[in-house]
Design a protein around this ligand. Structure first.
Ligand code: EPZ
Length: 429
C-alpha cells in the first residue's frame, strides 16, 4: 500500500511546470480510433489515466510506441472493433469516448460502462440521447453500452438537457465522419473540448464553434494522422496555486494558459493572494492573511467543480465563514469528512458547504476519497504543522503527474512510501 507523508508548515517557494491536461489527453487518445491513421500525441501527462487509456487502445488492436518523454505514437489502422473488456472500461470515466469513436469508424460499438471518481450518480442519458439522434440503436445492460447504426452515423441536431463535457466530446467524435452537418446546442465550453476539436481539425475534420455553446461538425470522408500537443492542465495549475496560497508561499507556475485560469485566479486573488499573469505562466504570492469568500461551481468559464476540494482548504484556513455551492456533482463533498479529521469546521447541507474558517488545521491520518479530494488532503497537510499521512494515493496518481517530486522541488517536505500490505504499521490509527 502506498502512502504520502507530509511534514507540513513550510511555505512553498520556487518554480513548477504544469503537465498536459488529463481531461484533454484522454479525449484525444480515444479519438485516434476515429482517425484510422498514425498520430503522435505530445505533452501527455505521466498519469495512470493516460497509461490506462493506452492499455485500452492496445486491447482493441491499436499499436502504441513511446517516442519521447511525454509523447506517444498511436497507430489505429489495425483496430478492427472496440469491444472493450468490462473490467478495463470500468477503471476510468473516459473509456466511454470509445463509443463515439467506434460509432464514427465502424457504425457500432460495445463498451463496458465507465467508472471514474465516485460522486454519486454519474448518468449517461445525454450520451445515449446523442447516439440515438445520430441514428444508433442503443442498449445499456450487462454492464455494457451497445450501440449499433444501420448504414453508419447520420447527422443530427442535438440540444443537451444539461451542460455535459463528456456527452459533448462523445458527440463531436461520433459525428466527425457523418454524411452531413451535426449541430450541438447547449454544448459544454471547457478548454479540453476546444483541444479535442483542434486535434480532429488537424486530422482533417471540419468542426466549428468549439468553446461556445453551439458546435457544428460537418462530416468528412476520412481523417488523416497528425502530430498534436495537449494543452496544459488548468486544474493542476489551480491546485498548485491553492497550495502556494495555503502555505503562504510564492510559486512561479509555468506552461499554463492564463485565460483558462481566470475563474480560479479571480477567486484565489479575492482570498488574499497576489497573482501576476505572463504569456504562459502565472506568479502567485500570498503574504497577508487569507480572506473568507464564497464560491459557486459552474461549467466553464465558471469556477470549476474540480477545484472545489482545493478551495475548501483555503476557506478552512481563512478567518470568517465561507460557503461553497456545488452545482455539478451530488457527491462532491465526500472529502469533507477527511478535512474534519484535520480540524476543519465544515457543515454540509446537500450541495452547500458552510466553512467556519480561521481554526488551525491539525495533522492527521487521512485518505484520498477521490482524485481532487486527494489533492486537497495534500494541500491541507502542507499547510499545517506536523506529519500528515495520506492513504489511497492511487486516486491522486490518476490525474497528477509527479506531484510529490514537483512539490519537493519547491520546498515541501513530502514523500511517497510503500508499506507492504501485511505490515502492521499499515494498521496504525
Ligand atoms: C468531466 O466529467 C470531467 N472528467 C470531470 O473531471 C469534471 O468534474 C466534469 O467533466 C465537469 O467539469 C473527464 O473529463 C474525464 P459531465 P463528465 O458530463 O464528462 C450531468 C476530474 O477530477 N450529466 O460534464 O463525466 C452529470 O450528472 C474529473 O478530472 C447528466 O445528467 O461530466 C453532472 O451533473 C472528475 N447526463 C453534469 O451533467 C449525462 O449523460 C456534468 O457532467 C452526462 C452528464
Amino acid at each position: 500500500m502506498e502512502k504520502i507523508i507530509i511534514d507540513g508548515g513550510v511555505a512553498l517557494d520556487g518554480k513548477v511546470e504544469i503537465s498536459g491536461m488529463k481531461n484533454a489527453a484522454v479525449a484525444v487518445l480515444f479519438a485516434t480510433i476515429a482517425v484510422n491513421d498514425v498520430c503522435v500525441i505530445e505533452n501527455l501527462p505521466q498519469i495512470s489515466d493516460v497509461k490506462l487509456s493506452l492499455e485500452i487502445l492496445r486491447s482493441v488492436g491499436a499499436r502504441t510506441h513511446i517516442t519521447g518523454k511525454n509523447a506517444v505514437e498511436i497507430d489505429t489502422r489495425s483496430v478492427k472493433n472496440t469491444v472493450v473488456p468490462f473490467e478495463l472500461a470500468r477503471k476510468m470515466r473516459a473509456s466511454y469516448y470509445l463509443v463515439g469513436a467506434s460509432l464514427a469508424r465502424f457504425g457500432s460499438a460495445k463498451v463496458g460502462l465507465p467508472g471514474g471518481c465516485d460522486f454519486g450518480s454519474r448518468p449517461i442519458d445525454q450520451h445515449v440521447k446523442a447516439f440515438e439522434a445520430l441514428g444508433a440503436n442503443v442498449t445499456v445492460g450487462g454492464g455494457c453500452l451497445d450501440a449499433c447504426t444501420f448504414g453508419g452515423v447520420r447527422p443530427a441536431n442535438i440540444f443537451f438537457d444539461c451542460v455535459t463535457v463528456g456527452a459533448t466530446i462523445n458527440t463531436i467524435i461520433a459525428s466527425v465522419l457523418a454524411d452531413g452537418m451535426t449541430v450541438i446546442e447547449n454544448a459544454a465550453k471547457e478548454p479540453h473540448i476546444v483541444d479535442l476539436a483542434n486535434f480532429l481539425n488537424y486530422c482533417g475534420a471540419n468542426i466549428t464553434g468549439a468553446g461556445t455553446d453551439v458546435i457544428k461538425i460537418k462530416g468528412v470522408e476520412r481523417l488523416h494522422g497528425c502530430n498534436y500537443a495537449i494543452i496544459p492542465d488548468m486544474i493542476e495549475a489551480g491546485t498548485f496555486m491553492a497550495a502556494a496560497a495555503a502555505t503562504g508561499g510564492r510559486l512561479y507556475i509555468s506552461n499554463v494558459i492564463p485565460k483558462h485560469l481566470e475563474a480560479i485566479s479571480a477567486k484565489i486573488g479575492e482570498m488574499g493572494a497576489e497573482i501576476e499573469e505572463y504569456d504562459d505562466a502565472v506568479m502567485i504570492t500570498r503574504r497577508g492573511k487569507l480572506l473568507r469568500s464564497n464560491v459557486k461551481t459552474l461549467p466553464y468559464p465558471g469556477f470549476p467543480t474540480d477545484m472545489n476540494p482545493q478551495i475548501a482548504v483555503l476557506m478552512a484556513l481563512a478567518d470568517g465563514v465561507s460557503q461553497i455551492s456545488e452545482t455539478i456533482w451530488d457527491g462532491r463533498f465526500r472529502y469533507v469528512e477527511e478535512l474534519r479529521r484535520m480540524g476543519a469546521r465544515i457543515k454540509v447541507d446537500g450541495k452547500l458547504a458552510v466553512i467556519e474558517g480561521g481554526y488551525p488545521l491539525t495533522h492527521a491520518n487521512v485518505r484520498a476519497v477521490d482524485l481532487r479530494a486527494g489533492a486537497a488532503m495534500i494541500i491541507a497537510g502542507l499547510a499545517c504543522d506536523g506529519r500528515t499521512e495520506i492513504d489511497e494515493v492511487h486516486y491522486i496518481e490518476r490525474g497528477y503527474d509527479n506531484i510529490v517530486s514537483k512539490l519537493r522541488s519547491v520546498g515541501a517536505r513530502i514523500k511517497k512510501i510503500n508499506i507492504p500490505d501485511d505490515d502492521d504499521r499499515a494498521l496504525t490509527v
